[in-house]
Design a protein around this ligand. Sequence first.
Ligand code: SF4
Length: 303
Amino acid sequence: MVTTPAAAPLLANHPAVQRVIAYDKQGSERGPGPLWRLAATVRAADRDAVAYCAQGSVRSGALALLARYRHRIGFDTSAGRLLYTRRVAYHASQHHAERLLRLAVGETASIDASDLRPSLFPSQADRTAVDELLALHGASREPIIALAPGSIWGTKRWPGFAELADTLSGRARIAIIGGSSDRHLADAILARVPGAIDATGRLGLLGSAELIGRALLLVTNDSLPQHLASAMGTRTLTIFGPTVPGFGFGPLAPGSLALGHEGLPCRPCHPHGPPTCPLGHHACMRDLPATVVAARALEATAA
Ligand code: SF4
């Protein structure tokens, strides 16, 4: 697997992955020289080797070609498609996990829903880090509801997490998931619920997955933690604002739900979520009351 440095830790310990190569394409390894050297590093081991160009860029296709992969498979809509030897139809109606799997199994193979869930393998060190965090908060034996209030896209951040935490804290201990850049969002929750467990910036990606895996429920924006929950099998309530689950990136854990401001004519407005609302009101998120989200979350934890 060739991936970004930020995503590489997610693949640690994975029994299906022999080698993870972190490629800093936007930073220290920018440009053709490092790409050429990477191609030598990942050169095809035999003449029937297959490169799956899931990422879709011209650079990924060029890497597979330079590394002498005889079979190069990717989507028919990708920028790098002219460099592929087989192009698989990109169906907008499919979940992205299905689209990716179909690069390998083909467009007509039958796929079971359980095949679509990603898999992650937290290490003993990740489990210990979570054990210690919970013990520090006296929460080793308590039921947990995980909240993930962050997103790199500003308009995908639902502003009601602090109020939601207040309501849900009567049902379970609240754990806040995120990176160090989400600390200010955690602080807003802690101001309402001082007993919440702040895991932001305190666990790595697989440690966060481990903590989510121990929760009754994850409530999250349309962002990375919902995919961690899909892998760990934790029921998820995902709040969608400028995006919709129909884009193919909704939660996959059994019993998961998606919630959004239905009927708002401007939704969806962007494939990822714009940095700021182009209409200025951000109604897709602001008009989604915490009482509604809390009611769905309580239903989900009762089921
Ligand atoms: S335009 Fe509509 S969907 Fe897009 S961010 Fe604004 S309120 Fe949300």
